[in-house]
Ligand binder design. Structure first.
Ligand code: HEC
Ligand code: HEC
Length: 365
């Protein structure tokens, strides 16, 4: 049911649409249409049909009025089938009444009475979207009356309270004062003036390609199949960690960022000197045959890798650090992927890319 509970968001979008229309029209009046060849100027009637949002203070509320007493028969006729005679809801339709004091519960009952901060939203929502499947068939008087009825059922207003454009902004909702501006600095709204809209980056660099990362399904297509087959033939290990291996083939990791990633390797590997630690030195590792550092006692798997002549290419290194065990099992063919390198693997493609850039730089390639 929670997917149903998002009236605020929808409201903003709709209000935004209205604002754009108004903007377009006023621009037109001033003779400044940016794209004169596109579209038509919205008529005042069209703008009026879009511009139906009602704001918390009541701005935008139309003429008309209603009371709970007038709303009840309309509700029974047009709403109760889904929302229940008392707003308790039938089946999985949203509950409209009750839920007070449940917001701190494990399963809070968020209703217009227990949760929504503004009466205007109730009006706006009903006018815009209800009855479900027959949206915008209600008159403004009916919407006022239905809103009054639901607010009354939620003990927010008395049954003779007259809801209209002058009173709707004054209704205090039970949970209204629990909404506040988010004070965290990173949650502040972005100022339009601060947005860069032009020439924002002096140099554009492609650092990953959707095609390579293989996010687009390319089933069918003789070309794609042939390509996949060729790739399989030339690099069977690509299956072990396809994304990682292939991203590494794309250009340009950031060695500075990679230096930080290397902290995860540092406890066991030197990269800029020949001294072995728990793991073999990675000095000059790029292009080297696996398992060949002097004086390091490799596992059986790495001795086998050496015999196979496995080389530390970008691809192999990326696949190895992404999933060491899988690599040792699938690429080297070692039983159960046993390696002495006790390292789970790096998850992020970007990290791997940066790491390899750093190793290249620091290992003296
Ligand atoms: C056919 C079933 C149906 C009928 C009839 C119906 N509604 Fe709804 N109502 C829904 C559904 C479904 C939603 C959730 C819609 C969504 O989130 O997209 C909803 C949501 C609502 C909400 C928001 C609830 C919340 O907490 O998010 C209100 C308020 C509401 N309806 C009022 C009314 C009123 C007033 C009427 C009568 C004019 C009415 N509804 C008629 C199905 C119905
Ligand atoms: C807990 C210690 C440890 C960590 C952490 C670790 N390694 Fe290793 N690494 C080893 C050991 C031990 C081996 C030897 C593997 C074997 O013999 O099975 C090895 C082998 C390697 C090899 C093969 C070298 C060769 O000579 O063939 C490479 C490349 C490598 N590690 C890279 C990395 C990178 C990059 C990281 C960080 C993302 C990393 N390792 C993290 C211990 C570690």
């Amino acid at each position: 049911m929670s997917v149903w509970r998002n009236p605020m968001k929808r409201l903003t979008i709709a209000a935004g649409a209205a604002a754009v229309l108004v903007f377009a029209a006023s621009g037109a009046q001033a003779g400044e249409r940016m794209f004169p060849a596109l579209g038509k100027i919205a008529t005042p009637e069209q703008i009026k049909a879009w511009d139906i949002d009602v704001r918390p203070d009541g701005a935008g509320a139309p003429a008309g009025s209603g009371t709970a007493a007038k709303g009840e028969p309309i509700y029974i006729e047009k709403c109760a089938a889904c929302h229940g005679d008392f707003g308790e809801a039938r089946g999985r339709y949203p509950v409209l009444v009750g839920g007070h004091d449940t917001l701190k519960d494990q399963r809070p009952e968020k209703t217009i009475g227990s949760y929504w901060p503004y009466a205007s939203t109730v009006f706006d929502y009903i006018k815009r979207a209800m009855p479900f499947g027959e949206a915008q068939t209600l008159t403004d008087d009916e919407v006022y009356a239905l809103t009054a009825f639901l607010l009354n059922m939620n003990d927010v207003i008395d049954s003779d309270f007259v809801l209209d454009a002058s009173t709707i902004g004054k209704v205090e909702m039970p949970n209204g004062d629990k909404f506040f501006e988010d004070p965290r600095p990173d949650a502040q709204p972005v100022k339009v003036a601060d947005l860069c809209m032009k020439d924002c980056k002096p140099e554009v660099k492609v650092i990953g390609r959707a095609k390579i990362i293989d996010v687009t399904p390319d089933k069918g297509g003789a070309k794609a199949k042939a390509a996949a087959k060729a790739a399989e033939a030339s690099a069977p290990a690509a299956d072990a960690a396809p994304a990682a291996a292939q991203v590494a083939a794309a250009p340009a990791g950031d060695p500075e960022a990679g230096k930080k990633v290397f902290r995860k390797c540092m406890a066991c590997h030197n990269v800029d000197k020949a001294k072995n630690k728990i793991g073999p030195s990675l000095q000059g590792v790029m292009g080297r045959t696996a398992g060949t550092v002097d004086g390091f006692k490799y596992s059986n798997a790495f001795q086998a890798a050496k015999d196979q002549g496995l080389k530390w290419t970008d691809e192999n290194l990326a696949a190895f650090v992404a999933k060491p065990k899988d690599f040792v099992k699938d690429k080297i063919g070692a039983d159960k992927g046993r390696t002495r390198m006790a390292f789970a693997g790096l998850r992020k493609e970007k990290e791997i890319e940066d790491l390899i850039a750093y190793i290249k730089e620091a290992s003296g390639e």
